[in-house]
Design a protein around this ligand. Structure first.
Ligand SMILES: [Zn+2]
Ligand SMILES: [Zn+2]
Length: 321
């Protein structure tokens, strides 16, 4: 049982920051019947005043559902849908209202609302038919590999450094598997669907064949699982934070907009939209997801600089012949 695995002495809780929210919640919901989620929350609050609001909400959810597989499954699916469509929404507004036009990478190819709606329907169908059954297996798999679902939550530092490692691991998986998907037969059979949009937009991040979703999604899920199998140290909350950030990365990479404040201007190894937009436009090069180093090291970069370097190398090679 989740509550039993809680260790009171494990860490200090940030009670002060959470107490305001707690009082707010209690003010809105003065008294809830015992069988309801909020009734459960209030019960837990009475005997666990030292827990943060987030931890109480978490424990109340598992206690209320009374089925850990179901609780993790519903939470995982809801987080995925909420953050995927939630993060895509600003890009839909930007495209539809014609905002930031001067930052649009392929400025003549702005997706219509109809195109975005068709894409959203395809993605939703894929989420319900392909991803939902897999998400259902998530809790048993997490338990098998020793992911923690209990409280206390991990520290922000532990979450941050683990997520940074997952970004590096997943980027490696994505580079080689995505590059393999560009091999003729695999491209035709699997990856062609994702390349339907030569000028991508946020919602198109998961517009792909179910096989591709499984192959590339495997990297997102298996990298943290591998980490947990080796170190024995991973909380499912860190996994959720990682998946949300990875979704944000994928959606932003497909946004089609390059801003002066885009992350890669401050973190040059970060791939970003201008890296992946070129991949969709040219169908070749820039295979990595989050970083630029694999494309640079293996000479698959598709940037004006990389093309210039390649041309110069060819000229030098001819001279030496
Ligand atoms: Zn591709
Ligand atoms: Zn793409």
């Amino acid at each position: 049982m989740l509550l039993l695995s809680y260790s009171r002495s494990a860490r200090n809780y940030n009670v002060r920051t959470s107490s305001f929210l707690l009082h707010l919640l209690e003010g809105i919901l003065p008294c809830c019947p015992p069988g309801t989620y909020w009734g459960q929350y209030q019960d837990i609050t009475k005997s666990n005043a030292h827990l943060s609001v987030a931890e109480r909400l978490w424990v109340a959810w598992y206690a209320w559902v009374q089925n850990d597989v179901l609780a993790t499954g519903i939470m995982s699916f809801a987080i995925h849908e909420l953050f995927y469509f939630g993060r895509s929404l600003p890009w839909i507004f930007i495209d539809t209202l014609g905002l930031f036009k001067k930052y649009k990478i392929q400025s003549s190819k702005i997706p219509t609302l109809r195109e975005q709606w068709d894409c959203a329907k395809f993605v939703l169908l894929s989420h319900f038919t392909v991803e939902l059954p897999q998400i259902w297996l998530f809790h048993p798999m997490a338990q098998f590999f020793g992911l923690s679902t209990s409280i206390p939550f991990p520290s922000p530092w532990a979450m941050a450094y683990q997520i940074a490692i997952f970004f590096v691991m997943e980027d490696t998986w994505h580079y080689f598997l995505h590059r393999a998907l560009h091999w003729g037969p695999l491209y035709k059979a699997i990856h062609k669907i994702h390349h339907q949009y030569s000028a991508p937009f946020g919602l198109a991040a998961e517009y792909a064949s179910p096989i591709e979703v499984m192959i590339l999604g495997f990297g997102t899920v298996s990298c943290p699982i591998l980490w947990c199998a080796i170190t024995g140290d991973l909380h499912i909350l860190t996994m959720y934070a990682w998946i949300v950030l990875r979704l944000f990365q994928a959606i932003d990479a497909h946004s089609g907009y390059e801003f002066p404040w885009s992350l890669h201007h401050f973190l040059p190894v970060w791939a970003g939209a201008d890296h992946h937009d070129l991949h969709h436009e040219k169908f070749i090069g820039n295979y990595a997801s989050s970083f630029r180093w694999w494309d640079y090291l293996l000479d698959t970069e598709y940037t004006p600089d990389a093309l210039k370097r390649r041309r110069e190398r060819k000229v030098d090679a001819k001279k030496t012949q």
